[in-house]
Design a protein around this ligand. Structure first.
Ligand SMILES: *[C@@H]1O[C@H](CO)[C@@H](O)[C@H](O)[C@H]1NC(C)=O
Ligand SMILES: *[C@@H]1O[C@H](CO)[C@@H](O)[C@H](O)[C@H]1NC(C)=O
Ligand SMILES: *[C@@H]1O[C@H](CO)[C@@H](O)[C@H](O)[C@H]1NC(C)=O
Ligand SMILES: *[C@@H]1O[C@H](CO)[C@@H](O)[C@H](O)[C@H]1NC(C)=O
Ligand SMILES: [Zn+2]
Ligand SMILES: [Zn+2]
Length: 317
């Protein structure tokens, strides 16, 4: 009797030890990496669509433009079209706004350049927050002077311009990594913080534990409970929240790299971008800016004057 009890206790303990290992193995399976097609692949079949088309798959385009802030049927007088394949007037005006933000021909037609721009892997943060602001602080885009175009800053902020308050007149933030963060990611993220620190009035340090850190960095897959599900390999790559939330998530289904590796996304480049959001920057329409919404695989990218001007304008420093 006693030995039987001891045996079941032993097997219970063994089970408890093995269970986390088994489930860890399951979630690390590389299945999602085998899937070659991007979540944005549906756009290819919509090339050439315009107002009046009822092409199968247009509802995916509506979802895409809703996700990135260009379209809101729930805020319109007419809800009925949110899930159908009708290329209506609201969708056309959303496509035009997207085209203006990305310096495309604002025709409202899904031409090949619009499709290829929309298909680029990108940050999950919307370009337009709550459908009210454009991807830029003011209406000014270009000033025409003496016949030549010269561009103005194209950085943007979140709605209401949330930012971190100073603490003892210092802008110091701590960061930490949630459990399960791959150790390869930690140094690239630390480097990205150093880059922001050397170009702004912020300083950063790694917190002792993640629970008290201002900024919490982790890897997540699919729907991970913050209302902004990831979508497997390709599509959205990462996201971060406006001040003073502090959450920064990499999509764990992407191929990540340290430095420029063909077919993989550079951890440090993406960290530079997401830290920009954590500090209060929205997306920039300047393609060279780190705050540009899309991120190319196989390359690295640094801060741009536009990014630094954005932080200086937001914090008035
Ligand atoms: C869109 O509608 C036009 C007619 O207005 C049609 O000729 C065209 O083939 C349609 N395009 C697509 C991609 O469905
Ligand atoms: C709403 O959609 C219906 C169905 O297409 C259309 O008949 C109606 O005119 C629309 N209403 C408004 C206010 O746009
Ligand atoms: C922009 O659209 C106009 C009108 O549809 C067209 O004539 C022009 O060729 C387009 N330009 C580019 C660069 O696609
Ligand atoms: C959008 O507006 C609603 C209320 O109008 C607010 O609760 C929500 O936080 C806003 N979302 C963002 C991302 O600003
Ligand atoms: Zn972003
Ligand atoms: Zn998240």
């Amino acid at each position: 009797m006693a030995s039987f009890k001891a045996f079941s206790l032993f097997s219970l303990a063994l089970l408890l030890l093995l269970l986390p290992l088994l489930s860890a193995h399951a979630t690390n399976s590389p299945n999602s990496h085998d899937k070659k097609s991007s979540p944005f692949e549906f756009l290819k079949h919509l090339q050439g669509c315009h107002k009046g088309n009822k092409t199968k798959g247009i509802h995916h385009l509506k979802k895409y433009l809703e996700q990135f802030g260009y379209l809101s049927y729930s805020h319109s007088k007419n809800h009925t079209h949110a899930n159908d394949d009708d290329f209506d007037e609201l969708l056309e005006s959303a496509v035009k706004t997207y085209q203006l933000n990305y310096h495309l021909n604002a025709s409202g037609t899904l031409d090949d350049k619009t499709v290829s721009t929309m298909m680029r892997p990108r940050c999950g943060v919307a370009d337009i927050i709550n459908g009210t602001n454009w991807m830029r602080p003011g209406k000014k885009r270009h000033h025409k002077s003496h016949g030549s175009l010269h561009t103005v800053s194209h950085y943007s902020f979140f709605r209401g311009q949330p930012k971190w308050p100073p603490s003892n007149s210092r802008y110091h933030l701590t960061y930490g990594f949630v459990d399960g963060t791959p150790s390869e990611a930690m140094n690239p993220v630390a480097q990205a913080f150093l880059t922001w620190a050397s170009n702004t009035h912020f300083t950063f340090s790694q917190a002792q534990g993640v629970s008290n850190a201002d900024i919490k960095i982790g890897f997540s897959r699919g729907d991970h409970g913050d209302g902004h599900p990831f979508d497997g390999a390709g599509g959205t790559l990462a996201h971060a929240f406006a001040p003073t939330d502090g959450r920064f998530h990499y999509d764990g289904d992407e191929r990540w790299s340290v430095g420029a590796v063909s077919g993989a996304f550079d951890l440090e480049t993406v960290a530079l971008h997401e830290i920009g959001h954590l500090l209060g920057l929205g997306h920039s329409e300047v393609e060279g800016a780190i705050m540009y919404s899309s991120i190319t695989s196989g390359v690295t990218k640094g801060l741009h004057a536009d990014d630094i001007q954005g932080i200086k304008a937001l914090y008035n420093v």
